[in-house]
Design a protein around this ligand. Structure first.
Ligand code: SAH
Length: 247
């Protein structure tokens, strides 16, 4: 079972997230346990302060190193923890490959920053990974932590109904997923592509592979650079040959 420990000042933000059926199923099935740790429990003064003004001046407050170090150390003392992840807009951009590798770990800690962020010594001496969910700045690391957790939870065995649905989808192989349609087969003036109603699975597979290729090339040409990765290229090669195969 994967044990995720989240250090936050606003644990209430996680309530509805953890009550969602996907998360309930994952915790009931013992695929994951998510423990919330309140950073204020590791403050020492009467006001339970966890932040202070930045040395050198400037706006906002900075999370002090003391409570963050103590919070992480109190977790690692009793639990198997491989990584200490800081959510930060300065981190490596989160992608499906990182999500997959984190989903295979026994445990990790996620630190949610706030205000102007965390004291640099936390980043230098406590954190092992820095992750960003995109090139924009949020007020805190709670939403990024939930993004990270949800993307991981979907990949855990027995959580998403059909394992294939996480295998085929966008970014699994640095390719975008083909277009999906459901009933009705004609909605207003728009018909579902005929091939999908043909019942010919090989033709459907080829059509999907072509769409997947076309979409990636037109919507996300940047992903094509990632196809150089050897392990991926085998999969991508197969997809490409399927896509280029004549009907
Ligand atoms: N002053 C900092 C930003 C602080 S934002 C800077 O310029 O780098 C406050 C907190 O929100 C951060 O510590 C981080 O935990 C979280 N956060 C904001 N945007 C984020 C993003 N894009 N990805 C991950 N975490 C983010």
């Amino acid at each position: 079972m994967l044990c995720a420990h989240v250090i936050t000042l606003f644990s209430e933000v996680f309530e509805s997230f953890l009550a969602h059926p996907l998360l309930v199923k994952a915790t009931d099935n013992k695929a994951i346990s998510i423990a919330l740790h309140n950073l204020r429990d590791f403050a020492h003064d009467n006001h339970r302060s966890v932040d202070d003004m930045p040395f050198g001046g400037g706006p906002g407050m900075v999370l002090m190193p003391g409570p963050l170090f103590e919070a992480v150390e109190s977790i690692t003392k009793d639990h198997d923890v491989d990584r200490v992840i800081l959510m930060t807009p300065q981190g490596e951009l989160l992608n499906q490959r990182t999500v997959l590798s984190l989903s295979k770990l026994p445990g990790f800690v996620v630190i949610c920053g706030r205000y102007e962020g965390v004291d640099e010594r936390v980043r230098e001496h406590l954190v092992t990974d820095e992750l960003s969910i995109g090139d924009y700045v949020l007020a805190g690391g709670e939403l990024p932590a939930m993004v990270l957790l949800e993307s991981i939870v979907r990949l855990l065995p027995g959580v998403v109904g059909c394992a294939e649905s996480t295998f085929d989808e966008s970014h699994s192989f640095a390719m975008l997923e083909y277009p999906q349609y459901t009933r009705p087969s004609k909605f207003r003036a728009w018909k579902v592509p005929k091939v999908l109603l043909s019942g010919d699975h090989q033709r459907i597979e080829r059509w999907r592979a072509r769409q997947s290729l076309l979409r990636t090339l037109t919507k996300r040409p940047d992903l094509v650079a990632g196809w150089q990765n050897v392990r991926e290229s085998q999969e991508i090669y197969e997809r490409l040959s399927k896509a280029l195969n004549n009907d």
